[in-house]
Design a protein around this ligand. Structure first.
Ligand SMILES: C[S@@+](CC[C@H](N)C(=O)[O-])C[C@H]1O[C@@H](n2cnc3c(N)ncnc32)[C@H](O)[C@@H]1O
Length: 483
């Protein structure tokens, strides 16, 4: 029987779930009838709930990151009964948007487990989802500022990574190194230190000579512009040249403590937890989190099958976001990667969506056992064998990830997979369709396909020419069969 589509007089946990389930049932029924992706607006669907208005709420804005998920997507699914009884899992967690929403959800808070390959993103996720009493942070920040003051004139360890003198002024290097040493010296739990590491990391881009509005570092320079725009950029460059690391850091700490207070208050009511458990969506494992984005891999075990209530996740797009380049300054300044280009390349090779493919892997067409994808791959191969190999590797990796998602989901459990379609060397790849087909090959059922217009994706690279602009966001609602 179709559930209620009429808005309830009072939004309680029960009426919220009933209304969202009613919407989803209607969308599934329509999709079943016409097979057409259902166009919706997650933002509009959540507009009935005052508590769901999203801007700078909780810890979402603690740190920037490319291609952050629109929070209304997890909010909507968390408001349904699809979440089941187990924890939520985000296997491509980025900076933990799903987890922030899961642990703070107004009517249906849930525990959340996170898997993410980028150690900086793991660190940011941990800080964003670990509620800390703001009075402790106030007290520790005073201790930290006093260490910074004492350290100002002592011998500084400045990291030695490629082109540091090109990207960072000498006084920026000194200022950042002083803060970095002070956080190392601070006597505090790793959770508190994670918070300060994230505040530190959040000012690195502003202290550099890079344009803060472009995701991978590009020199901010007035010489590329003319007229009024040139003047504007030059004023901005001059202003940036006067930035002091300790002033920016102190402002970031103040703002972020205020954000943490909101998370702290919300979590007093919900008592739900988020945990960073793993580092690779293609092999879902569980290891203790040690702080500063690190996992203790010496005690790594497989994540148990049938253990997850629902997966909500947004995997990377094919080659559309340069996660490694976009975060390299922060990875190096925080010592999360060896300070050389080789470490960066080795790390980049492991990402789903990587462009770092060995020559041997593209001297012939690599099929992926999916007709739609293979047709595109063959077409791209005619003009660019390397790009074709990038696309093949992406779909092979996504197949393995979907297999893992199915393994860990409880029977009957759901996965909301948020994907975008992008243009790879003039071929518009229907990522939504191909991933839906691959998921079904792997034994998941496709119940529904939704499409929503992207309005804001943080630092998504609008200027990225070869990868094309992504205008729509697709959500595949997949289900693991009961048997
Ligand atoms: C679209 S982003 C996720 C953004 C996230 N939803 C948020 O709001 O911050 C995709 C993420 O997948 C990560 N990733 C790439 N390859 C991975 C892998 N093999 N295992 C886990 N995460 C991976 C990238 O580092 C990136 O953070």
């Amino acid at each position: 029987m179709m559930k209620n589509l009429i808005e309830p007089a009072i939004w309680t946990k029960e009426t919220t779930i009933e209304w969202v389930d009613g919407r989803l049932d209607a969308l599934v029924a329509n999709y079943g009838k016409n097979g057409e992706p259902q166009r919706i607006s997650f933002r509009a669907l959540c507009s009935n709930w005052v508590w769901a208005k999203r801007s700078d709420v909780y810890t979402h804005y603690l740190h920037r990151y490319p291609a952050k998920l629109l929070p209304y997507i997890p909010i909507f699914f968390l408001s349904s009964s699809l979440t089941g009884n187990g924890s939520i899992l985000d296997p491509f967690a980025g900076t933990g948007t799903v987890a922030v929403e899961a642990i703070t959800h107004f009517t249906n808070p849930k525990d959340c487990k996170l898997v993410e390959i980028n150690p900086l993103a793991r660190l940011i996720s941990a800080a964003k989802t670990t509620p800390i009493d703001p009075s402790i942070l106030e007290k520790k920040s005073l201790e930290l500022f006093s260490i910074i003051e004492k350290n100002r004139l002592s011998n500084l360890q400045i990291p030695d990574f490629p082109a540091i003198d090109f990207w960072f002024r000498k006084d920026a290097q000194k200022g950042l190194s002083t803060i970095r040493t002070a956080i190392e010296l601070l006597n505090a739990d790793f959770q508190v230190k994670d918070f300060f590491w994230v505040c530190f990391s959040s000012i690195i881009r502003d202290m550099s000579r890079a344009d803060p509005k472009v995701s991978p570092p590009v020199l901010l320079s007035a010489s590329k512009f003319a007229g009024k725009q040139k003047e504007y950029i030059q004023t901005w460059v001059n202003k940036k040249n006067r930035y002091k690391a300790n002033v920016l850091f102190s402002n970031a700490v103040k703002k972020n403590i205020a954000r943490m207070k909101r998370l702290w208050d919300a979590c007093q009511l919900s008592n739900r937890q988020s945990t960073i458990i793993g580092h690779d969506a293609r092999n879902l494992t569980k290891s203790p989190y040690l702080g500063k984005g690190m996992l203790d891999l010496s005690s790594e075990t497989k994540l148990r099958q049938n253990s997850i209530g629902m997966v909500i996740t947004s995997p990377p797009y094919i080659n559309a976001q340069k996660y490694t380049r976009a975060t390299k300054f922060e990875l190096w300044w925080l010592g999360l990667l060896e300070p050389n280009s080789k470490a960066l390349v080795d790390y980049d090779k492991n990402l789903v969506g990587t462009e770092r493919i060995l020559y041997d892997e593209y001297n012939e067409v690599q099929t992926v056992n999916n007709q739609t994808a293979d047709t595109f791959i063959a077409k791209i191969y005619e003009t660019d064998p390397h790009k074709a190999a990038v696309v093949s590797k992406y779909f092979k990796d996504m197949r393995v990830s979907l297999k893992e998602i199915k393994r860990v989901l409880q029977p009957g459990g759901y996965c909301a997979l948020v994907v975008g379609n992008n243009i790879v060397f003039k071929q518009s790849i229907p990522n939504n369709q191909i991933l839906a087909e691959i998921a079904q090959d792997e034994g998941l059922t496709l119940n529904l396909m939704l499409v929503d217009e992207i309005r804001s994706r943080g630092l998504i690279t609008k200027r990225h020419e070869s990868a094309g602009i992504i205008a729509d966001e697709w959500v595949l609602l997949l289900q693991k069969p009961m048997m």
